[in-house]
Design a protein around this ligand. Structure first.
Ligand code: TYD
Ligand code: MG
Length: 452
């Protein structure tokens, strides 16, 4: 076997034989670092002597055992996974350090351990630390074994010896394959370790969870490079100082993506939030300008959340804008539309937009609520307390139809709101709905008039 040198980008995993200052794939600077890899020469393609293990099969002849799902007992977690954990699947849970990944998985162990054995492998915390956390969150089962180990060979060996139903690896950035020269957390290590764990999961029918930290620091391989290898990718997000946490499926080979689960971090660990709309709207101020309620659809789940806008006369030349929980560029665009199409002179105002609860809403259907909250603050007139809005806004100020109007309205009704402002384009979808006043609007000026 010959040794070959390659340069691998620590940001995106791109590899090249030549060193470059800038990665041609992702455009990051100084992220290429050197690795030596063994070149396994295989020039016996098509040779009779090459050994074949797998033969092609007619699709009709393939045996499928109905996929077996095991519930973790944490409702929000199961929902995001598409109804439970699939046997032999590999799931990546990524998120910023300290967001609650270890806590979530430890809590999931409790119910899983009722009927299955669980092996929790930690490269970050000592068994004593894990025990303290387990006690605090009420995880007491005897079927949970803890192992503090970072060597991949030992991990795979122990896993085969113990043969548990579930393995949790916390975190993938701390484990290393001793055969590779690079440090734990580097692109090569993360990639190879994930591969090995994938094989472990598939061959032994063990469901494996990997924790992966997302870090802005280029030296740590982001979980991005693992996404194509694993079956399911979950993102755990939220603001550290706000207690709500959002679990989102970014990829799921066994269910729909964009499902979300909402949790609250308490002193006793994470708690399911089964009625997110009510939780997110609690404490909403009444009769104050700059606040309104948007109906969003996350996956298949409708959710109401409060959007706040604040505009103040700028002290500098041009107004500054900040957006928390909504896309910054989208927010700037909506401000420009309000200026051009409605005539609000917002360029000489500072504007702040915030989604209450620390959630991030990327759906264009919140456009109307964002625009109306800004308009309400600009006019200093409150939005009627029993109104909810949804609809996308186009560049000419027109309000465009969005999907899922019926689900959104049902949620609005469930929470007791009396009036919904929605796009004219949704009229046909919602003709059978009763018990709520529906106001159809064609453009942003009509929406502002109806809401304020
Ligand atoms: P952790 O699960 O360690 O995060 P991660 O594994 O994603 O790095 O969560 C750490 C945070 O959660 C920490 O800031 C403390 C907080 N926390 C609570 O508020 N209550 C609890 O019961 C637990 C276990 C943690
Ligand atoms: Mg952790």
């Amino acid at each position: 076997m010959k040794k070959k040198t390659v340069y691998v980008c620590s940001n995106c995993g791109y590899d090249t034989v030549k060193w470059m200052g800038q990665c041609p794939n992702c455009g990051e600077w100084n992220t290429l670092s050197e690795f030596s890899v063994s070149e396994n020469k295989r020039n016996n393609f098509g040779d009779e002597k090459s050994i074949r293990k797998n033969k092609p099969m007619a699709i009709a002849d393939i045996d499928v055992n109905a996929e077996i799902r095991i519930k973790s007992g944490i409702e929000e977690f199961d929902r995001v996974l598409g109804g439970g954990i699939v046997k032999g699947s590999l799931t990546l849970i990524s998120g910023e350090p300290g967001i609650g990944k270890s806590t979530l998985l430890l809590q999931a162990c409790q119910k899983l351990a009722d009927e299955n054995s669980v092996l929790y492998i930690s490269g970050e915390e000592s068994p004593a630390q894990i025990k303290i956390r387990a006690e605090r969150t009420g995880v007491t089962s005897d079927n949970i074994k803890i192992l503090a180990e970072t060597n991949l060979e030992d991990i795979v060996f122990t896993a085969k010896e113990e043969n548990p139903s579930f393995i949790i690896i916390d975190s993938v950035q701390t484990i290393y394959d001793p055969k590779l020269p690079s440090a734990p957390g580097s692109v090569t290590q993360v990639r190879e370790c994930t591969m090995a764990l994938m094989q472990l999961a598939k061959q032994n029918e063990i469901s494996v969870f990997l924790v992966g930290h997302v870090n802005k620091d280029g030296n740590i391989a982001g979980p991005k490079i693992m996404e194509h290898m694993v079956d399911t990718v979950l993102y755990f997000e939220g603001e550290k100082h706000i207690s709500y946490r959002l679990l989102r499926a970014a990829k799921n080979r066994f269910g729909s993506t964009n499902e979300i689960g909402l949790f609250e971090m308490t002193a006793e660990g994470l708690k399911d939030v089964s009625n997110p709309s009510a939780a997110l709207l609690s404490g909403r101020p009444e009769n104050v300008s700059g606040s309104c309620v948007a109906a969003t659809l996350e996956g298949t789940r409708p959710m109401l959340s409060e959007i706040q806008g604040l505009v103040t006369k700028t002290v500098y030349g041009s107004g500054r804008r900040t957006a928390a929980g909504v896309d910054y560029n989208r927010a700037v665009l909506l401000l420009a539309i309000l200026e051009k199409r409605v005539g609000m002179m917002l360029s000489s105002y500072d504007a702040y937009i915030n989604v209450v609860g620390g959630l991030r809403l990327d759906e264009p259907a919140i456009d109307m609520a964002v625009a109306v909250s800004i308009a309400s603050s600009y006019l200093d007139k409150p939005v009627s307390a029993d109104v909810v809005l949804f609809g996308e806004i186009g560049l000419s100020g027109e309000v465009r139809a969005v999907s899922g109007a019926v689900q959104r309205i049902q949620e609005i009704k469930r929470l007791g709101y009396k009036k919904c402002i929605l796009p004219e384009g949704c009229r046909a979808d919602v003709r059978n709905i009763e018990g709520i006043e529906l106001v159809f609007v064609k453009d942003i000026s009509q929406a502002i008039k109806a809401a304020i």
